[in-house]
Design a protein around this ligand. Structure first.
Ligand SMILES: [Ca+2]
Ligand SMILES: [Ca+2]
Length: 316
């Protein structure tokens, strides 16, 4: 099943890359990309600000569409309007954006990373998506937003980023709520909406900038199928075994199952190498080569190498 050449390549590639921290355990992640013209931006670090003038932005929002609905409520005939609201907290977990000037030079960029994606200096991130339906006189609309924010507890700075869409059309508030609460809305439906905008804001000692722009394009983004923080297109193991420790057969070595720079865990690599060899002796020596390489990189200690190697030797 496994291509021997690819496994060898993957093993060789490990040696040149640092080990990563597994950001999440098994949270599948999808993303969408938005882009369009910038309406306004400022960047206090560089002293630049402008009302567009040909500036454009690109942003990517990663989210977990399997996140549970956090809350929802409905008001019918509430004074002069109807109102439906649904909220998926903690579904958006990474937002990145870049603004380019009219010559195509990047003039500001940032990323908002949630804690479970490995954020350390910024904490208390909140991530949300919500849908909103309203009927205000003759101006009904529905709004959906993909939004996250983070605060730096030590400096008090904040970061925000979000993509929002509006649909000005008639609706039944009950139907809207039923839809909002049963389906995680797809960002890729949004090109048909009437209006969309994105904004990014960082006010901190590290940076101080803001921009907003209208969304004119929405495309499918990268995916991180196994939720290890490495996107599929850079992940040599797109369905990683993310167990916390290296387990071979029934033997738990207790050695942390570190994620390597190619998107494979130690356990992934051992599984690949063992599956690739038909003879026990070759399996053991193939794993030994791999363990030596990550020992030399400092990913595991010599003692940990020995513990795993003994488990592999015992396994059939
Ligand atoms: Ca991945
Ligand atoms: Ca992976």
């Amino acid at each position: 099943m496994f291509n021997k050449r690819l496994v060898k390549k993957a093993v060789a590639g490990v040696g040149s890359m640092l080990a990563l921290t597994i950001a999440q355990h098994g949270m599948a992640q999808e993303s969408f990309r938005v882009s369009g013209p910038v309406a306004y931006y400022y960047n206090y670090t560089t002293g630049q600000y402008d009302y567009g003038n040909g500036a454009t932005f690109e942003a990517e929002v990663s989210y977990d569409s399997s996140a549970a609905l956090t809350n929802s409520y409905i008001y019918e005939d509430y004074y002069w309007y109807n109102y439906a609201y649904a909220n998926w907290d903690n579904s958006v977990n990474l937002t990145t954006y870049t603004v380019f000037d009219s010559a195509g030079n990047a003039i500001l960029s940032d990323e908002i990373i949630s804690e479970d994606q490995g954020n350390t200096s910024w904490s208390n991130t909140q991530r949300t998506i919500w849908g909103f339906s309203d009927y205000y006189y003759y101006d009904p609309y529905r709004q959906e937003g993909w939004f996250n924010q983070a605060w730096n507890a030590s400096t008090g700075g904040g970061k925000y980023g979000g993509a929002y869409w509006y649909d000005y059309s008639d609706f039944s508030v009950a139907n809207e709520l039923a839809e909002l609460t049963t389906t995680y809305p797809s960002p890729l439906d949004k090109p048909d909406w009437d209006y969309g905008y994105f904004y990014g804001h960082n006010y901190s000692y590290e940076a101080n900038h803001y921009f907003s722009g209208s969304i004119t394009e929405v495309t499918d983004g990268n995916r991180d199928t196994d939720g290890d923080g490495v996107y599929d297109d850079a992940d040599a193991c797109i369905a990683s075994d993310l167990r916390a420790t290296v387990v071979v057969g029934d033997d738990d070595s207790k050695v942390p199952n570190t994620l390597l720079g190619n998107g494979c865990t130690i356990l992934d690599m051992i599984t690949l190498i063992r599956a690739d060899e038909s003879k026990h002796g070759k399996r053991v020596s193939g794993v030994a080569d791999f363990l030596n390489s990550i020992r030399n990189d400092g990913v595991i200690t010599g003692k940990q190498r020995g513990t795993i190697q003994s488990a592999v030797a015992r396994a059939k």
